[in-house]
Every structure is written in structure tokens, then in C-alpha cells.
Design a protein around this ligand. Structure first.
Ligand SMILES: [Ca+2]
Ligand SMILES: [Ca+2]
Length: 188
């Protein structure tokens, strides 16, 4: 009985050593074999404290965008609204206007914005896509008071078998935030 844990440890180390000798075994090292998400994402909201009628800028940086493209879902308190025509994608020096496919209220005093963006939109000047980052910029305007609100983002895979009109519904948003940032609005 006493030798058993040691025996297992030796077996594990042997496996690990075998793994090290095989190129591409296991994850890491920039390989994409273990990547299952739609995109890497980070989020910044600035400023995070505004008055009603003022605007804040949401910057969502995306990399390693999946080949099918993404449904970029953004959720925020309904004390804010999307500033029409403010959305754009910045990739290197290139700026592309974006139009939300969905812009409406959710079921919990919140609002959703959903953009569908192809992987090709993240390509640098006609090159093959190799995971390069791009940044989606969206402006939100304060409408009512909210404290300790959150702006949240969830990049999902754009289902190629489903047309993007109607792919997103607030009843089944399939929203699991992968990045969040604080927002507050002061209103009298
Ligand atoms: Ca689709
Ligand atoms: Ca999701």
C-alpha cells in the first residue's frame, strides 16, 4: 500500500517526460489545439463615472478570433444607452464602422448590444489571419442614475448555420461575461 502513491508518481513523471519529448504535446507555446473559445477578450470603460447626458467609451480588445467569426455580446445597465453610429473596429491603422444587429432591453433592467464580426475583419492588410488583435469601440450615454453598474462582454461563436437576424434573443441570451468593468451614472 505504501508504495502505491510513489508508483503513480513515477508513472506520471514518465508520462510527463514522454510528453516533453513530443512537439505539440499538451497546450501552451502558442499552439491552438486546446483553444475552444470564440476569442480572447479584455475590456476597458473610460470614464467609469459620468453624469447623465455625458458619454463613456467602451474599448473591447479581441484576439485569436475563431474562424467562424464572433457574436460580440455587450450587456450594461439600462441607465445607459448606445450612442447611435458610434461603434467601430480598429485593426492596426484600419477603422471599420460597425452596426449592432441587436440593440435592445433585456429582462433585468439591462440592455444588450450584439455585433457579428467576421474573422476576416481582423486581418492586417490582406494577410492570413494569425490571431491579431483588434479593438471594438462603442460609446454609451448616461440616461438615468446608476451606482456600481457593470459593463460586461461575452464573445460567442457566430453560428454559421443560423442567420444573424434572430440568432440572439433576450429570452436566451447565452450570456456568460468573460470581462467586466464598472460604470456609474450621476443624475439629479
Ligand atoms: Ca450566424
Ligand atoms: Ca456565451
Amino acid at each position: 500500500m505504501h508504495t502505491r502513491p510513489l508508483h503513480l508518481a513515477v508513472r506520471y513523471l514518465t508520462l510527463a517526460a514522454a510528453c516533453l519529448s513530443l512537439p505539440g504535446c499538451g497546450g501552451g507555446g502558442g499552439g491552438d489545439s486546446t483553444f475552444v473559445g470564440a476569442a480572447d477578450v479584455s475590456l476597458a470603460v473610460s470614464p467609469s463615472n459620468i453624469d447623465s447626458g455625458d458619454r463613456t467609451e467602451v474599448a473591447i480588445t479581441l484576439g485569436n478570433v475563431i474562424e467562424d467569426g464572433i457574436a460580440l455580446k455587450i450587456r450594461f445597465p439600462d441607465a445607459l444607452k448606445y450612442v447611435r453610429s458610434s461603434a467601430l473596429l480598429v485593426v492596426g491603422q484600419k477603422e471599420t464602422d460597425l452596426t449592432p444587429k441587436f440593440n435592445g432591453t433585456g429582462t433585468d433592467n439591462d440592455r444588450y448590444l450584439v455585433f457579428y464580426i467576421s474573422q476576416a475583419a481582423f486581418r492586417r492588410s490582406g494577410q492570413e489571419y494569425n490571431g491579431e488583435e483588434g479593438t471594438v469601440i462603442v460609446q454609451l450615454e448616461g440616461v438615468e442614475s446608476v451606482t456600481d453598474g457593470l459593463v460586461e462582454v461575452d464573445p460567442d461563436v457566430d453560428d454559421p448555420l443560423q442567420t444573424n437576424d434572430g440568432e440572439f434573443t433576450v429570452e436566451t441570451p447565452e450570456f456568460d461575461p468573460e470581462a467586466t468593468a464598472d460604470i456609474s451614472v450621476q443624475a439629479d
